[in-house]
Write a protein that binds this ligand. Structure first.
Ligand SMILES: Cc1ncc(COP(=O)(O)O)c(C=O)c1O
Length: 328
């Protein structure tokens, strides 16, 4: 059996049990490996879905141009769909994005505009404002805006959530994800809670992001917002696709914990995952440590790992970079 094209290989990513990292825990901890998508991340799901939605709505016409603000992975998801469908892509990203991710986008043939990382979202130089401006100035251009695009949450409601439910045969009790647009956690939570309202959905934030405090206190504290080292996780404002009401708890972990966990994961379990994967897994294991009553023989914990370590060879897996940033 063959697939008619690469886009049809998106999704149905494997779920794998952790053994060594969790050897003292009397429950089952599973990781969902989104690096198995053809563009190497969870964002292939929404890239394809947002392009198809823009076509269906008539916004994106043959020969059109797709513009998006991305930390790299959404761009890869979009451009792989755009290549097959004949659209040009212009992406904006911040200078925080790894060389691997930038090179990947240009390998697919996208045009990339790099913007400063330490500016407010409303600043004309920010990668959001720059994407909006390019879309307004370019004839036939559509700004997909993953932070507000409903096809983002829908893609996870229709694919990620059902996969987790079916792959665990309905036994999942806890679901952990990190959030930026909020699409992964919101869409998956929406589906899982429809199947079983008892499933606990827990977000893992990074320091420098607004989500942890927003969940617990309902406010954004400007002094807490800064550019950390973890690509793709967290947000400085509440994205439209972040449905906090679907979450049961929010925890957070440090850059250092995230990078260390990613490095342990490959050494102890042979799973080569990215920075935000280290973040969500370290946050999940710490949360479980603080909630021992949740660790039962019938607890089935699913942690979604968004991408692969291949995208951070020059960072998390490079001792010089880790030392330069005081991470080891
Ligand atoms: C590596 C990585 N992890 C996590 C996320 C967060 O996923 P979501 O935008 O669905 O909340 C992203 C999104 O850009 C990402 O690229």
């Amino acid at each position: 059996m063959w697939h008619p094209n690469i886009l049809k290989t998106i999704g149905n990513t494997p779920i794998v049990k952790l053994n060594r990292l969790t050897k003292d825990m009397a429950c089952t901890v599973l990781v969902k490996l989104e690096s198995f998508n053809p563009g190497g991340s969870v964002k292939d799901r929404i890239g394809y879905a947002m392009v198809e939605a823009a076509e269906a709505s008539g916004q994106l016409k043959p020969g059109g141009v797709i513009v998006e603000a991305t930390s790299g992975n959404t761009g890869t998801g979009i451009v792989q769909a755009a290549r097959l469908k004949g659209y040009r892509c212009i992406f904006t990203a911040t200078e925080k994005v790894s060389k691997e991710k930038r090179d990947l986008l240009t390998a697919y043939g996208a045009d990339l505009v790099i913007c400063p990382k330490d500016v407010d979202p409303e600043d004309p130089q920010s990668y959001y404002s720059t994407a909006e401006r390019i879309a307004a100035e370019t004839p036939g251009a559509v700004y997909l805006n993953q932070y507000y695009n409903e096809a983002n949450v829908q893609a996870h409601y229709q694919t990620t959530g059902p996969e987790i439910w079916e792959q665990t045969e309905g036994q999942v009790t806890h679901f952990f994800a990190t959030a930026s647009t909020g699409g992964t956690i919101s869409g998956s939570a929406m589906y899982l809670k429809e199947q079983n309202a008892e499933i606990q959905v827990i977000g893992v934030d990074c320091y420098g992001s607004s989500y942890f405090t927003y969940f617990h206190e309902g406010i954004i504290v400007p002094d807490e917002i800064y550019a950390n080292q973890i690509e793709g996780a967290g947000k400085e404002y509440l994205a439209g696709n972040m449905h906090m009401d679907l979450l049961n708890d929010y925890t957070r972990a440090s850059d250092q914990d995230a990078m260390k966990m990613a490095r342990r994961l490959v050494k102890e379990e042979g799973i080569f995952a990215g920075q935000s994967s280290g973040l969500v897994l370290s946050g999940a294991l710490q949360w479980l440590e603080h909630h021992p009553q949740e660790i039962r023989p019938d607890s089935v914990i699913v942690v979604l790992l968004p991408d692969s370590g291949m995208k951070y060879i020059s960072k998390t897996y490079n001792d010089d970079w880790m030392r330069e940033h005081n991470l080891i």
